[in-house]
Design a protein around this ligand. Structure first.
Ligand code: 0X9
Ligand code: ZN
Length: 312
């Protein structure tokens, strides 16, 4: 069991994943999909009560921390792991789906946000652009090959929304791409965990147009919002759900959610988890709230999946 009263460094998160995969050998497999720019392993868990490769079940894929500073996101994913292994209170979530859970997409940035700059967002790569040596890092959520280079991203390596010198320049985004591409035909829902703002966003986000799945995307996310509201603390902000271009004050090309949706994954969401104090401090959600956010997000996820399965 990992503690939920403090934010954990990468080693502690990977240690927990290893521990779970050892204790639940029949259902849990740890995968090292590659290595980050700085050489850290890129790890995720596959959870399946049957054989994952039997290909019989739909997959729920949840990732987090493509943005380094959004520290509330990894514990939400380890909590999902907990709810599918050590504390199964919703057995149909475990039995009806296969799961792919990747708590830290961007380990270099994540570690850098612990050791050097708390508000670091990007990866830590350098490229052939000489500027990138002065200003390393690419915004992973602008680096996917869908509407890459469109609005909301920058060509300047020193920008926090630098899109990279080409789509999928980053090994970290290629790793997520490969999971999405490999399993797209049976990924039922993809959720990218971010913070902050208490929003559940769905495509399209590169512009504000509606996806042909908008109706279902909206209904399932409304079920999430409602369930989270019922489980939330009084002083926590209410979630809002909607098209990401319309719900936020900007559109952005090259993001993971749009890429996944364009592959045909019907339920693709970006969660902006809560941040309480606003401004830049929103990323620094007090550790005393970690457990609450984990619990309510799981409840929302269960409600959303349940609703989605009734729609299709
Ligand atoms: O801008 C982002 O990448 C996400 N917000 S954050 O504050 N965590 O950086 C929102 C992404 C929403 N999806 C698309 N625009 N496609
Ligand atoms: Zn983010």
């Amino acid at each position: 069991v990992t503690p939920y009263n403090s934010y954990l460094c990468l080693d502690a998160i990977y240690g927990y994943m290893h521990h779970i995969s050892m204790r639940h050998k029949k259902t849990v497999t740890m995968v090292t999909a590659g290595h980050s720019f700085e050489g850290r392993p890129l790890k995720y868990l596959k959870i399946s009560t049957t054989n994952f490769h039997k290909k019989s079940k739909n997959i729920i894929f949840v990732d987090a921390a493509i943005h380094a500073r959004e520290w509330i996101a990894p514990p939400v994913v380890t909590w999902i792991i907990h709810k599918l292994t050590d504390d199964v209170t919703e057995p149909n979530m475990l039995n009806d789906f296969d799961w792919i859970l990747m708590p830290v997409v961007n380990p270099d940035g994540y570690e850098f946000s612990f050791s050097e700059k708390r508000l670091w967002r990007k990866t830590r790569s350098t490229n052939t652009d000489p500027q990138s040596f002065r200003c390393p890092g690419v915004d992973g959520n602008r680096n996917f090959d869908f509407a890459w280079g469109a609005t909301g991203s920058s060509s300047n390596p020193c920008s926090d929304t630098y899109r990279g010198n080409r789509a999928f320049s980053e090994v970290e985004t290629r790793t997520v791409r490969d999971i999405l591409n490999t399993y797209s035909y049976r990924i039922y829902m993809y959720i990218s965990m971010h913070s902050f703002g208490s929003m559940i966003l769905y495509p399209w986000g590169h512009n504000s147009s509606d996806s042909k799945y908008s109706f279902n995307l909206h209904l399932a996310s409304s079920a999430m919002v409602k369930a989270i509201r019922n489980a939330s603390l009084p002083h926590f902000p209410d979630y809002v759900n909607g098209n990401s271009g319309k719900t936020m004050f900007y559109t952005a090309g090259g993001a993971a959610d749009d890429y996944a949706h364009n592959l045909g994954i019907p339920y693709s969401y970006t969660f902006e988890l809560p941040g309480l104090s606003g401004g830049m401090h929103g990323f620094e959600l007090h550790p005393m709230h970690i457990k609450q956010v984990c619990k309510e997000t799981w409840i929302g996820l269960v409600a959303g999946i349940t609703k989605a399965t009734k729609l299709t």
